[in-house]
Design a protein around this ligand. Structure first.
Ligand SMILES: NC(=O)c1ccc[n+]([C@@H]2O[C@H](COP(=O)([O-])OP(=O)(O)OC[C@H]3O[C@@H](n4cnc5c(N)ncnc54)[C@H](O)[C@@H]3O)[C@@H](O)[C@H]2O)c1
Length: 310
């Protein structure tokens, strides 16, 4: 992708900053981010001549102005935590849904070519029909999951009502450098790596035989760019299509770090699902293939990054 004007909401966050880093040399990038969980330091070159950072909240910022002359929008800004959404459902709705509808209206007004939306496997919720296909019924259980499902429906309705092009990407468990390890809601891979690097036991909730479908952040970046270039209007799972037990994940992290610490098994957490696995065939619609055989080298890269910041 070259010579495009691109808006990235949440571009200072974990995934958004990887997208910005990838595109900033060849395109003009505008980031809107209120830095609630993001950090300017996530960007490889915050002073890049092609980069404009607007430190504002999507709920109050003048999106009609910021979407002028924009070709593509990558919309990532969100309250991205399930537990936080349970604590603050109204705020979750304001950020994740209302601000998205506001952004879609501005995109239509300014003839934006396409919007790529960061959705989540959380929309499947209680649907246990693995591997999950995009056509499966949505059974969201948290305000966060409801907000993502609502946005997908708004995108479809804006496509049908106003012709706005979109792809919604349902990420499964994303991991990679720059993932937040400090948040109380940190994901399992940063938790394992930071515990072991600090010489502490890592916690496994339940018996560790639960499985997840992990996807590397570099593949998520490729998915966003592929979706943007494609003519596909609809929803696509973004995952490896492979299941990994948490016990096996722990072994890999432990071996990568050369640690011999045993995990600390704690009772299962309420609401945690036992298995999560994507049907990834729909990725063809955006000409995307993810090679799951790279997992261990991607994990090593992630570990190496964590070593630099701990
Ligand atoms: N990381 C994952 O495993 C995962 C899985 C599924 C979906 N997602 C989705 O991908 C997107 C990016 O997630 P992430 O992991 O990079 O999270 P993140 O918290 O690192 O990124 C979100 C960014 O949005 C910004 N933001 C939040 N509220 C805002 C507001 N009101 N106005 C402006 N900016 C705001 C934050 O400061 C942050 O930089 C989110 O929409 C998230 O729901 C992530």
């Amino acid at each position: 992708m070259k010579n495009k004007n691109i808006l990235i909401t949440g571009g200072a966050g974990f995934i958004g900053s990887h997208i910005a880093d990838k595109l900033m040399d060849d395109n003009k990038i505008t980031i809107i981010d209120n830095l609630s969980t993001g950090n300017i330091k996530n960007l490889k070159n915050p002073d890049h001549e092609n980069l404009k950072i607007i430190e504002e909240d999507l709920r109050t910022s003048n999106l009609d102005e910021y979407t002028k002359d924009i070709d593509y929008i990558f919309h990532l800004a969100a309250m991205a935590s399930v537990p936080l959404s349970v604590e603050n459902p109204l705020e979750c709705n304001e950020i994740n849904v209302n601000a998205t509808v506001k952004l879609l209206k501005s995109a239509v007004k300014n003839d934006v070519e396409k919007i790529v939306f960061s959705s989540s496997s959380a929309v499947y919720g209680e649907n246990r029909n693995m591997p999950l296909k995009e056509t499966e019924p949505l059974m969201p259980t948290s305000p966060y999951a409801v907000s993502k499902a609502s946005c997908e429906m708004y995108l479809k309705s804006f496509h049908e009502s106003y012709g706005l092009n979109y792809t919604a990407l349902r990420y499964f468990n994303v991991f990679g450098p720059k993932q937040d390890k400090n948040s109380q809601y940190a994901a399992v891979i940063p938790n394992f790596i930071s515990a072991l690097l600090e010489g502490n036991q890592a916690i496994i909730y339940g018996d560790g035989e639960q499985t997840r479908d992990f996807v590397y952040v570099g593949d998520v970046v490729r998915a966003n760019i592929a979706a943007c270039k494609s003519d596909y209007n609809g929803v696509v799972n973004v995952a490896s299509g492979e299941k990994l037990t948490i016990n096996r994940l722990y072994e890999i992290v432990k071996d990568t770090l050369g640690s011999d610490l045993k995990p600390d098994y704690q009772p299962e957490r309420l609401g945690d699902i036992k298995h999560s696995l994507a049907d990834v065939r729909n990725m063809e619609n955006i000409n995307l293939k993810i090679d799951s055989s790279d997992f261990e080298s991607q994990l090593s890269e992630t570990v190496n990054w964590f070593k630099t910041v701990l």
